[in-house]
Design a protein around this ligand. Structure first.
Ligand SMILES: NC(=O)c1ccc[n+]([C@@H]2O[C@H](COP(=O)([O-])OP(=O)(O)OC[C@H]3O[C@@H](n4cnc5c(N)ncnc54)[C@H](OP(=O)(O)O)[C@@H]3O)[C@@H](O)[C@H]2O)c1
Length: 249
């Protein structure tokens, strides 16, 4: 059966890396965007001829919008076999004691609740079609605490817990759920941090603290996500793959 993939947050830096990698294995990939329609359209147009890229608007903060994106994708591209979740808030890196309740709510609402909405929309479809899988882009900051990163890490910890729960409960229906945990990236949000925050000396020192001596690229995350999404990972579920050049060691 012809199956499609959908990347929530496909218009983002890491989401785009996931789309490009999935495009090698999947005949069609839906690229969701919230505000970045032009980025999603340009990405879709750049995919190889063997993969149809399809931009679709979606606000993961709204269950009806998630359901509509899933329905539109299924109708246009065929049944969904994989959903990558890479939607996330463009947040600063505040100390925990500087974070107000509204900000906490915003990140949990978009990221954790967003992923819950995605799984709520797709688990029944995956069950009905005999399987499917989720890949969540999370954060290595749940393995090695990073100053200023808890606002990003905490919702991802919940997402990883959800993946393990789905893996355990839904495995008998052929459903898998795994996470890819990026380290320090020179892509997406990380690219902005490197360009705008701290000093070049700070980032050079940071780079040298990474065993592989470089920041991660969107392609590094995409490769891991595409692997989990593929049949090559058919016996892997409930796992988190840390893609960080060894930084958490
Ligand atoms: N890049 C890093 O350094 C890094 C490191 C560790 C973890 N992460 C995590 O990886 C994930 C992706 O990060 P990124 O660097 O790719 O960020 P990004 O470039 O800012 O992209 C974020 C994506 O999320 C989408 N989005 C935001 N709010 C949304 C909403 N309410 N509904 C639907 N989509 C929404 C954006 O859509 P539009 O742009 O179309 O509005 C965009 O596609 C985030 O959870 C981030 O915390 C990133």
């Amino acid at each position: 059966m012809r199956r499609s993939a959908i990347v929530f947050g496909g218009s983002g830096g890491l989401g785009a890396g996931c789309v490009r990698a999935l495009a090698r294995d999947w005949p069609a990939v839906a690229i969701t965007y919230r505000a970045g329609r032009e980025r999603a359209e340009a990405l879709a147009a750049s995919l190889p001829e063997t993969c149809r890229g399809y931009p679709v608007q979606c606000d993961v903060g709204d269950a009806a919008s998630v359901r509509a994106a899933v329905e539109e994708t299924s109708q246009v591209l065929g049944p969904i076999g994989c959903a990558v979740f890479s939607a996330g808030c463009a947040i600063d890196q505040p100390y925990i004691n500087q974070i107000d309740e509204a900000t906490w709510r915003e990140v949990f609402e978009t990221e954790t609740m967003g992923f819950i909405r995605v799984t709520a929309a797709l688990v029944p479809l995956f069950r009905a079609q005999g399987g499917g899988n989720f890949v969540a882009v999370t954060s290595m900051a749940n393995t090695r605490a990073i100053v200023g990163d808890t606002i990003s890490a905490a919702p991802k910890a919940a997402i990883e817990a959800l993946c393990r729960g789905i893996a355990k409960e839904e495995g008998r229906f052929g459903i898998r759920a795994n996470s890819v945990a990026p380290g320090a990236m020179n892509a997406g949000l990380g690219e902005h941090y490197i360009a705008e925050r701290m000093t070049p000396e700070f980032w050079e020192s940071f780079r040298k603290s990474i065993p592989l001596r470089r920041f991660g690229l969107a392609e590094d995350i995409g490769e891991a996500a595409a692997f989990f999404a593929s049949d090559r990972a058919s016996y892997l579920t409930g796992q988190t793959l840390i893609v960080d050049g060894g930084y958490t060691l």
